[in-house]
Design a binder for this molecule. Structure first.
Ligand code: BEZ
Length: 212
């Protein structure tokens, strides 16, 4: 069964560049980004892993741990990580799963046989601190991901967990947000959004980001 948004992220145990990992225990009370890449010693993946290492403090600020995966063996991860540091100026600072038996790739449906029947595609899962899957995106092997977009989605998810808002097109942290249409009680709206709001339509009400 495919994993969908809202599902509990399955637990697994697998070896990694940081030792054997039990996924749920490793997450603890944090959120997680679990992402797969097709293959070690490939150019796009090299740039991606350097960028995720560079962004690690941004993930940490949001209480998010990051974990990569490919179906290559640990020995390859260890050799390749030297190339990542040399070419990207960033040491690998998060675990890379060595999923050579494809256990995790199969559970998370990261191999799409009509794209490639051996290697994982570029899957991204954002999982919250209750272990619930909150976002799934899949990219083809030829397209490096934009990890600023992943951070943007985390900001949106964490904001909308705390306030009765949704985030509009191209929203970035600090921009105006939308009051959820289900909120209709005027007294409650005044209480929750003391900075006021613009009502463009009964269902489209714009307000400054409440936690700014
Ligand atoms: C890459 O990471 O550069 C890559 C991996 C698999 C197919 C194409 C590109």
């Amino acid at each position: 069964m495919a994993i969908r948004i809202g599902d509990l992220a399955p637990n697994f145990q697998q070896e990694s560049t940081e030792g054997n990992i039990d996924f749920h225990a490793w997450m603890g009370k944090s959120w997680a980004v679990l992402f797969s890449h097709p293959k070690d010693y490939t150019p796009v993946c090299t740039t991606e892993l350097g960028e995720v290492a560079r962004l690690k403090p941004e993930f940490e600020k949001r209480n998010v741990k990051v974990m990569g995966l490919s179906v290559d063996p640990l020995k390859d991860h260890q050799g390749w990580s030297k190339d990542i540091e040399e070419t990207q100026g960033q040491k690998l600072n998060f675990p890379l799963l060595a999923d050579s038996d494809r256990k995790v790739a199969k559970i998370f449906d990261m191999i799409h046989p009509n794209a490639d029947d051996t290697f994982t595609v570029r899957s991204v899962f954002i999982i919250d601190s209750n272990k619930k899957v909150r976002l799934i995106i899949t990219y083809p092997a030829s397209c490096g991901r934009n990890f600023s977009e992943i951070l943007r989605v985390i900001d949106s998810l964490q904001l909308t967990d705390q306030h009765k808002v949704a985030t509009p097109v191209n929203w970035k942290n600090g921009d105006d947000v939308i009051i959820v249409p289900s909120l209709q009680d005027e007294a409650e709206i005044k209480r929750l959004f003391p900075k006021g709001f613009k009502k463009l339509k009964p269902y489209l009400r714009i307000t400054p980001q409440p936690n700014r």
